[in-house]
Design a protein around this ligand. Structure first.
Ligand SMILES: [Zn+2]
Length: 320
């Protein structure tokens, strides 16, 4: 894969290609913007383009450097990925600092990609600041985050900020229609549900997302929870996705109740059920459920106990 294969995100890519072309590279970049826009993918392909032996502004995908990076076997490309919900610890930063001062083994640029950089704790952020003040010329650091506000301002100010934004609905649908073989029903769901985050749409397009989202909805609206529980809380990411699906469902109910045109509902495949349910809930019920879901999402980010969150949420969703 190369820049030319990435759909959407025309502006950030054009900017990086301009800097590659003019040899006008910064020592540190901050890729920021909502989750699911392809920031990590662009960062990875930037690492390839920086070191491609054939092309100056993109990865050729066939030279030895491109192939090694693609196969995650390049000794000069480092990706620090502690996990979406894990702190980046001081030891990780120390390892990076020991590595960054050494000359590249074979690359033009050593590249350090730090995913979910907002998870730097205070100690590691402070240590990391020293590296950002004077990164070695032969290295490029890329911080990736969807929560730039959680980063120290001093860190942000030492990076070139490359902003990623969601695509408009038309552009989003066009990208999916032209680039991928997706049926219209799935396209419609993705187009509402992903809110222009093309990376999320691509990640989900091959799963049977319609069946999956319906399983989540049925689980939360049925009284029978036996053996379903595990699959929704097997990890925090799955639980987070389930919460977003559920938020979409209750948003639909709210909109239908408010008399909004059916064209604007997400779960159009279940519009008959939605219409019946809309009569059963009051606006107050729906508002309190939607609040409960947003609270749960917030607590989830703060590492709350998933089982407890699920139990509370079930109480609020089903009491009606
Ligand atoms: Zn190449």
């Amino acid at each position: 894969m190369a820049f030319k294969d990435i759909r959407g995100q025309v502006f950030p890519i054009a900017r990086l290609q301009g800097e590659l072309k003019n040899n006008h590279l910064a020592g540190a970049y901050l890729f920021s913007g909502p989750e699911g826009l392809g920031k990590k993918l662009v960062a990875f392909n930037f690492a390839k383009a920086l070191n491609c032996l054939e092309s100056k502004t993109d990865a050729c995908d066939s030279c030895i450097s491109c192939r090694k990076i693609e196969n995650k076997q390049h000794p000069d490309i480092h990706i620090l990925d502690a996990g979406r919900f894990e702190e980046i610890k001081i030891d990780d930063i120390r390892t990076l600092q020991q590595e960054i001062v050494l000359r590249p083994y074979e690359a033009r640029f050593k590249v350090f990609i730090i995913n979910d950089a907002h998870n730097l704790n205070a100690e590691s952020a402070n240590a990391f600041l020293k590296t950002l003040e004077e990164p070695p010329k032969s290295s490029v650091i890329i911080l990736v985050t969807d929560k730039p506000r959680m980063l120290f301002r001093t860190i942000i100010s030492r990076c070139q900020n490359v902003k990623f934004s969601a695509l408009g609905q038309n552009e989003f649908e066009q990208v999916l229609r032209n680039g991928y073989n997706i049926d219209e029903r799935t396209l419609r769901f993705l187009s509402f549900f992903c809110e222009g985050r093309i990376g999320s749409a691509i990640a989900w397009k091959d799963q049977d997302i319609i069946a999956q989202k319906n399983r989540v909805i049925d689980f939360f609206s049925s009284a029978n929870t036996a053996n379903a529980e595990n699959s929704f809380i097997q990890d925090r990411e799955t639980f987070r996705q389930s919460l977003s699906i559920l938020a979409g469902w209750f948003r639909d109910l709210y909109f239908l109740k408010a008399g909004i045109n059916k064209d604007r509902i997400i779960n159009i495949d279940r519009s008959d059920v939605l219409e019946k349910l809309a009569l059963r809930y009051t606006f107050n019920d729906l508002e309190s459920i939607l609040n409960g879901i947003s609270q749960s999402l917030l607590y989830l980010e703060q590492n709350a106990n998933v089982k407890l969150l699920l139990a509370n949420l079930l109480l609020s969703v089903r009491k009606n």
